[in-house]
Write a protein that binds this ligand. Sequence first.
Ligand code: FAD
Length: 431
Amino acid sequence: MTKQKVTIFWFRRDLRLEDNTGLFHALQSDFPVVPLFIFDDDILEHLPKNDARVTFIYDSLEKINSELNKLDSSILIKKGKTKDVWESLIEEFDIQSVFFNKDYEPFAIKRDNAISSLLKENNIESFSFKDHVIFEEKEITKADGLPYTVYTPYKNKWLEKYHLSGSAPEYDSAPFQSNFAKDKFKFPDLAEIGFERSSIKVQPHNLTQIAHYKETRDFPALDSTSYLSPHLRFGTVSIRKLVNWANRKNQTFLSELIWREFFIQILFSFPNCVNHNFKSAYDGIQWRNNEEDFKRWCSGTTGYPMVDAGMRQLNETGYMHNRVRMVVASFLCKHLLINWQWGEAYFAEKLLDFELASNAGNWQWAAGTGCDAAPYFRVFNPEIQQKKFDEKGEYIRKWIPEFDFGYAEPMVDHAFARDRAIATYKKGILK
Ligand code: FAD
């Protein structure tokens, strides 16, 4: 039997049909486009069976599939080790070309290089596109061509470049959608992928609640942030549409989206920052790394209500408000003197929006070891943070129902912990 000549579009962290750069280009190729997603065993084997992110990915794919069904097409879902899957796809189809959007994480770069080589060995061309960011790796650099390691000049250059081009281009594939292959692939059950549905749900994003973002974003009880982070992580919204919208409506919000790109380019240029201090001068810090203390932090039982509410929000919902993330991270690194990498790993396991670049970048910021980080002698006082940002205790009561019935004593005195942190950092920072 002759094999079907096709173009393959490989979905990864861009789970949408709308304004998807690689898909837009794939649909203009000369062959019917088979949309593909691979559940990668190398990643899945490290996840719990009810991982909430897998449920979100599954639901997002199901949505894509039902949109494709309306076009008489469907998505091809595969599960296995990525290379093995591609080897079998090469057997199954007469693949003419493969299109995908770039992913800048070290694991993904290695994977994509291996797959591109495999395709090349089989005389198949592959094309990759910028889609996850407005400006990628080497587009925003200092005058000497080196990457920025300080946010404000990076942001200024980013804005200058963005305004020069007017806006970010949006890619409308609608005129080319007849080029989707007309195959009806079976959409698997979650159980066939080896997973169960999680009770934790990704919140829908909401841009109406950021009307007063600048004034309200730091107050966790107000629910006045966008909840876009998991959607940006998995690409269920387009960063170009979002940035163009933010540029028209809200510059403070736009600045946050630029933080995201700042950390993505840091990770690209300094991949070691995932498991090493960005500033090696901080390598001499003698972390206490006490396992019992770590458990109390994880379970939200430190006796500091702001820290505990945050950790319980994370454990129950897979989300934590940004202000509270800063407080719990500072508490772990400074009050408890636990290496930021422990906290980063715990967040990576729990956060629905876990994004390596933003997580490592923000953790290093909190620990003081990162580029453009908080100074080491700045130790957040969790009680003052609570008074400033949750004065009436609404956020705290939401996550700690027992709060009004005699709350636990703090596990460590603030003044003592602050002095200990500053002394330990001072001693450990290499001159
Ligand atoms: P909004 O306030 O509505 O912001 C809109 C978008 O801007 C966010 O979705 C995000 O894409 C971006 N953004 C906002 N703040 C930051 C920031 N500080 N750094 C980078 N991007 C930002 N964000 C993640 O997406 N993934 C992570 O793994 C992650 N880990 C973090 C760890 C720590 C210790 C801290 C302090 C922050 C971390 N953040 C992370 C950043 C931030 O807390 C979340 O992006 C934000 O809380 C998500 O909620 P939102 O979408 O409602 O945010």
